[in-house]
Design a protein. Structure first.
Length: 258
């Protein structure tokens, strides 16, 4: 019966905790392409940004080994509300910063500690931590294919806020063939207001381009990452180190809130 209850709840957009059913309301749907850079930054700097009761949950093995911060560059190609109509401008680009954590109840989660958005209307955003990149916000994604050899993809992202916060990524890599992962669900908390929480239900196709722990074929041909300034200065003090280069070819996301 519990299994049947869980299946019904998930179908209806509910969260099951034991035998208690908590309603989750879908608020947004989006189709996205992402590039996720797993990083190790100074532990003290990221810990200082976590709300009370949250602790870092750094993997000791696997593809996310040593990652205590993720920089996720997102091309939100379509954004739709529960009624199917476009939300706002209907698309946007951003980069957000999230730390893997244990929440006060001991469950795996992520805390969104920052982000830069291209649309001022998206700041400070649902987590209250996004900054409008009104100084600079550019994104270019392309694929080139010739008569021989594997196609090559390239991505260039630049976000710069008036306060000096700067996140920039350039990468060129071999266009890969990736597996479709199983649908997943996770909780995302606000670093500023931890009572603000969203559940993200998503499915994706992920291609790990470079990872020193699991050691897949290295598909990266060119790479640079720059991060600095303003409220991000202590996070990115020059000692930050990438630990995984993950191309999320496509991702469908449903955002739910209590």
């Amino acid at each position: 019966m519990l299994r049947r209850l869980h299946h019904t709840a998930m179908t209806l957009g509910l969260l099951v905790v034991g035998t208690t059913v908590i309603a989750q309301t879908p608020v947004e749907f989006s189709a996205e392409a992402r590039f996720q850079l797993d990083l190790h930054v100074p532990d003290a700097a990221i810990t200082a940004m976590l709300p009370p009761g949250f602790t870092l949950n750094v993997a000791t093995q696997g593809p996310a080994k040593d990652c205590n911060l993720r920089a996720i560059f997102v091309d939100r190609m379509t954004i739709n509300g529960p009624d199917g109509k476009p939300v706002g401008k209907g698309s946007s680009r951003l980069v957000y910063l999230a730390a893997p954590v244990k929440d006060p109840g001991g469950a795996n989660a992520q805390v969104v500690v920052g982000g830069l958005v291209d649309d001022p209307a998206d700041a400070p955003g649902p987590f209250g931590v996004y900054l409008a990149a009104t100084t600079t916000h550019t994104m270019t994604r392309s694929t080139s294919a010739g008569a021989s050899g594997a196609p090559l993809d390239s991505q260039d992202w630049v976000f710069h806020a008036p306060g000096g916060e700067h996140l920039e990524l350039h990468i060129k890599y071999e266009h890969g063939i990736a597996n479709h992962g199983n649908p997943s669900e996770g909780k995302f908390y606000s670093a500023k207001t931890p009572s603000t929480v969203q559940t993200w239900r998503q499915e994706q196709v992920l291609d790990i381009l470079r990872n020193p722990t699991t050691n897949p074929p290295d598909k990266v041909k060119e790479f640079s990452f720059k991060a600095s300034g303003g409220s991000y200065a202590k996070l990115f003090d020059g000692t930050e180190k990438p630990v995984s280069w993950d191309n999320i070819i496509w991702l469908n996301r449903t955002i739910l809130q209590p």
